[in-house]
Ligand binder design. Structure first.
Ligand SMILES: [Zn+2]
Length: 84
């Protein structure tokens, strides 16, 4: 989907897949729902090896590049892994 790639470039998350973008009127932010690509999922953030999942973690938001005067956040699941 071309617009997903445009959103990924605007938000600086080219390595992730943008599943949808919406405006959160409560917090007045643009929320981009993303997920990691299959090849990089369940990797240890330190040694980069694929590891078994420790838990599903929580859904988190990270501040992204603002879109003009509107704040933007990236929202994704943040599962933890069990690395030996
Ligand atoms: Zn590790």
């Amino acid at each position: 989907m071309r617009s997903a790639r445009v959103w990924a470039g605007l938000l600086g998350v080219e390595q992730a897949v943008v599943e949808g973008v919406e405006f959160d009127p409560v917090e007045s932010v643009v929320v981009a729902r993303v997920r990691v690509r299959k090849g990089v999922s369940r990797r240890c953030p330190y040694c980069r090896r694929r590891c078994p999942r420790y838990d599903v973690g929580v859904r988190r938001r990270w501040r992204a590049l603002d879109l003009g005067a509107v704040r933007a956040v990236v929202e994704a699941d943040a599962p933890r892994v069990s690395c030996p």
